[in-house]
Ligand binder design. Structure first.
Ligand code: HPA
Ligand code: ZN
Length: 336
């Protein structure tokens, strides 16, 4: 282990951009396919991994939704969450705010409550065994229509005390934030926070819409904001947190090479950047792999790496007292 790798490994951090369906490793996919008697179009784990070569977001989404077909029962969602938390406990993750895509499951006839109960069981297990705290972010699939998003929000109503925020994911191009202005307003009225994927493949204009129409509390990806200098200034002034995902950006060809990743340019512009894994089972790494890849690709300093970890708590939906307690631990770690 290099010094920097060891430093990253022990650094306390939060993960703020991780789709739980995207943490389904091929081994668990096979195990669940067998347990549930679901056919999958792959003969081996190696064949699954070989299929994970993407030239854009849609390429990935097609295979990601197919993978989710093995998730049927409460215990499947529980086991999926447990596998993620067990894995990131070793990465120094002490808090995670995880996305889930209920429509991917309800559209297959699985009840919303089954998904919730399973994920909550996994989250309780993580807190009991690893001391990792977590929150849930319900994502609307933006390729589906507004009515479907409203129906999903309705299903979430009995669970509002266990859902922190709503988010927006799936195919970005052609599905601007404006399509979901009313459903985000309804979510806000229910007391939910708001986040949205914007500026991953879509233009800076979609980031403006996410800010002005969806009134987001956090911006997921946001890479294309860099095309618009006034927008960058606004994001910096508003202390907006960006959940950036380096290995995802590489695998989905948002950047051509990790040496060209804009993470340090974003930091230099005063943006509150965090690093995250997005869909770790599909993009070749968990959160520390993302820290390492960005650190190596861009020659990040220890100070920059510490800033990224601090930002992960500052940008979280924890209370101010909880954030302060985590920041103290990050600073103590960095000082030793
Ligand atoms: N972008 C949009 N939708 C997604 C992603 C992503 O990176 N991962 C899972 N769903
Ligand atoms: Zn994402």
């Amino acid at each position: 282990m290099t010094d920097l790798t060891a430093f990253i490994a022990g650094l306390p951090k939060a993960e703020l951009h991780m789709h739980i369906e995207g943490s389904l490793e091929p081994e668990l996919m096979f195990a669940l396919a067998q347990r549930n008697n679901v056919a999958i179009p792959f003969a081996s784990v190696e064949e699954v991994r070989a299929a994970y070569s993407f030239s854009n977001l849609q390429d990935f989404l097609d295979i990601y939704y197919q993978g989710a077909n093995v998730l049927l029962k409460e215990e499947d969602f529980r086991d999926l969450a447990i596998a993620y938390f067990d894995r990131v406990a070793a990465d120094g993750v002490v808090h995670a705010e995880i996305f889930f895509d209920p429509q991917t499951h309800t559209d297959r006839g699985i009840h919303f409550d089954v998904v919730m109960r399973g994920l909550l069981a996994g989250m309780a297990d993580a807190e009991a065994r690893h001391g990792i705290t977590s929150k849930l972010i319900l994502c609307f699939l933006r390729h589906l229509d507004e009515d479907a998003a409203f129906a999903t929000l309705e299903q979430a109503k009995p669970w509002l005390d266990r859902i922190e925020a709503v988010g927006l994911d799936s195919s970005e191009l052609g599905h601007p934030p404006s399509k979901f202005e009313r459903v985000f307003a309804a979510a806000a009225a229910l007391g939910l926070k708001r986040v949205a994927h914007a500026g991953e493949e879509g233009p800076a204009e979609y980031v403006h819409e996410a800010l002005d129409l969806l009134h987001i509390d956090r911006l997921d990806h946001g890479n294309r904001s860099l095309d618009d200098s006034a927008l960058v200034r606004r994001l910096a002034e508003e202390r907006m947190t960006l959940t950036v995902c380096p290995l995802s950006n590489l695998k989905l060809c948002v950047v051509g090479d990790m040496k060209e990743h804009p993470v340090d340019r974003m930091l230099a512009e005063g943006l509150r950047v965090t690093l995250n894994s997005d869909d770790p089972a599909y993009f070749g790494g968990y959160i520390n792999d993302n820290f390492r890849a960005a650190a190596e690709g861009r020659g990040l300093t220890r100070e920059q790496i510490v800033e990224l970890a601090e930002n992960s708590f500052k940008g979280s939906f924890l209370s101010d007292a909880e954030i302060d307690a985590h920041l103290t631990k990050v600073r103590e770690y960095a000082a030793n």
